[in-house]
Ligand binder design. Sequence first.
Ligand code: ZN
Length: 403
Amino acid sequence: MFKTVILAVMAFNLVYDLTMRLLSVRQKKKPLPENVRDIYEEKEYARWRGYSAEKSRAGLVSTLADFVLGLLLFGTNVLSAVYYALPGGEYAKSVLLMLLYAAFLTLWSIPYEYYVTMRIEGKYGFNKTGRKTFVTDTITNFLVNSVVNLALMCFAMFMFEKMGAKFFLVLYAFIAVFMLAVNMLSMTFMRLFNKFTPLPDGSLRDRLVKMFRDAGYELSDIRVMDASRRTTKVNAFCTGLGKFKKIALYDNLVDNYTEEEIAAVFAHELAHFKHRDTAKMTAYNLFTMAALTAMIAAFALIPQISMDYGFADVNFAFAIAALTGVLLTPVMTVLQIPAAFFGRRYEYRADRMAAELGYGDAMVTVLKKLTRDNFADLNPHPVIVALEHNHPTVSARIKNIMD
Ligand SMILES: [Zn+2]
């Protein structure tokens, strides 16, 4: 019975993915909204279309290949067959199964990743990754994922043995604390990988300090981060509890944007801050994590799920494989819909606040520049936006500011 459920979920994932792809292909034939036609030059836009068509063809092949792999792994009892052929006790077998599974998945995805990063992105000139970096990145990802999954699995196995069902409260608390700690320490982590230099005195600094003071905050620290070593992307962020705030700007922003435009970005960020938008999103993520914990609990409390796949009892390696490989996708798809809806509303509100502070025009230029720098889609399908995008389209944002 549970095998049928898992196969049905796989079929749902496939149909959903194919539907989104179809919508997206059809949308590309539609004319662009009036207010974004000047973002790309005609030649540049033709290049964007070529890029996105190539990426979507590669994505389609990968979706179908993943579906075939899913049928092989979850349509048969191959995982339990491998498990019982492995040496050692329960823990050794589980750890080895998990590692083999992750290694196999990584190998399976290499052709696609290589083709997209090295061929397509290379051809269109975004790729800063050399062949050597590609290899190290692949290995690093494999190791990080394996360590996280193995830690989760061993913790779950051990604690479930000791505490039974009560253990899921402990697991949830553990995940929640971990998530909050990562959130609060994100600036500290970034300090490990980047250099932060104080923004020099001058009109930009004065302007930001005044803007924050008018809103009731004190800026304790304004720093510039050397992001250009890794990326061409542009970003700015704001941290700090209570009245005293710290802000950091990517050097790409300071170097390529005018003072007026940088101030507009901060007027927008300030609005997110005032309305605690980030805190609300974190709260929602905690709720999402509860759903994940509940799913692990379901595997632990219903041994029949593992037994349908040829295991003698509950198997946590199998549970994590099935969760990450099949079951998490549709749950996240559904849970992201309300998050995306509120995310878009927060963006509109923040843009309007920037406009109210007198940065409407600058914000429009910033949006256009950002779109160009990130080579973003000017006209995604409305259904895809509603289901998946936590930012409104550029066209909708410009319209929201201008009205
Ligand atoms: Zn925003």
